[in-house]
Design a protein around this ligand. Structure first.
Ligand code: SF4
Length: 309
């Protein structure tokens, strides 16, 4: 796939930035960064291919608006042809402003589909008062979106999860599930029938928040259903933000670590054949020096500079 995916020229040219100069320049850089990071993820994981029909799941939150916005920019200059179809599931939560997304999408002039299914009533009936409804709600949502994807002849389903969601999931699985397992950038859905992609995999949540303000997306609050968001996820999110405040660069380093897994230095015997290890008799400069070094790979120079070492 060509590097045109990460050509930054689709960002507003600097000469055309007419707002207050410093803010304009910041936004220009932000736009370039978002396009570059999404383009990179698309290339690295071969997320979008020629002829794909990509269903962009829109919830009305800042992340999914940002996803659609950046994918539209990339579509305009991609080296391949693909379609984007925005899909929203109206779950009939009380107070859901069902005109907001259609109005926005009509103005954009892009293909879209609004699926209306009253999952809210089902969840309310099944889940006892005061208990969190999210698990059943998202299971129902998932099933409906898979069906809609089939009906619309979709080849890829794009979700708006970003870098921070992925790290939070990694820690949730480690702290509460006893697994080193994150949120993949690309996967086959649990029903086996769909490819799900997360083109915002490299993007920081704070960048999406700033982009949403700049683009004045008509955000629909996600608390309409009155359910508590996953408390553990919130706690992990707070922990990560605290770490980043105290140790700038830590999030970046942890995110890089998700790309650099060394199974021979973990303890999963199904990933590395510890049992049959044999001496080779040959020195290996990359091999382990068991007795004189800590079992720790020092960070690279840029990483050390980032955390002020
Ligand atoms: S917050 Fe509400 S809409 Fe979102 S998953 Fe939970 S129950 Fe469903």
């Amino acid at each position: 796939m060509s590097a045109v995916w990460i050509d930054e020229q689709t960002a507003t040219p600097e000469s055309e930035i007419t707002t207050e100069p410093k803010i304009g320049l910041e936004i220009h850089k932000l736009e370039k960064r978002l396009c570059r990071q999404v383009g990179q993820a698309v290339m690295d994981f071969n997320m979008i291919e020629d002829g794909d029909r990509v269903m962009v799941c829109l919830s009305g939150g800042k992340d999914s608006y940002g996803l659609l916005d950046i994918l539209l920019k990339l579509q305009a200059r991609a080296p391949i042809g693909f379609e984007l179809i925005a899909v929203n599931l109206d779950q009939k939560q009380p107070g859901f402003p069902d005109h907001v997304l259609p109005d926005y999408l009509k103005k954009l002039g892009i293909a879209f589909h609004i699926e209306t299914q009253d999952t809210y009533s089902i969840v309310k009936k099944v889940i006892a008062e005061g208990k969190t409804m999210c698990s059943l709600c998202s299971r129902l949502r998932r099933g409906i979106l898979y069906r809609v994807a089939d009906e619309l002849n979709i080849s890829k389903i794009a979700l708006g999860h970003h870098r921070d969601d992925m790290l939070q999931t990694f820690f949730l699985n480690m702290f509460f599930g006893g697994k080193l397992k994150g949120m993949p950038p690309k996967l086959v859905s649990d029903d086996g029938g769909h490819i799900v992609i997360r083109p915002l995999a490299n993007v920081a949540e704070k960048d999406l928040a700033r982009w949403a303000v700049h683009r004045q997306f008509p955000i629909i609050p996600c608390s309409l259903c009155g359910s508590q968001q996953n408390l553990q996820r919130q706690q992990i999110g707070n922990m990560l933000r605290e770490w980043e405040k105290k140790y700038p660069g830590r999030i970046e380093s942890m995110f890089t670590a998700l790309h650099n897994v060394v199974p021979s230095h973990l303890m999963d015997a199904s990933r590395h054949n510890f049992k049959d290890l044999q001496t080779t008799g040959l020195p290996d400069t990359d091999g382990d020096r068991v007795f004189d070094d800590e079992e720790f790979t020092p960070p690279s120079l840029p990483a050390m500079q980032a955390i002020g070492i």
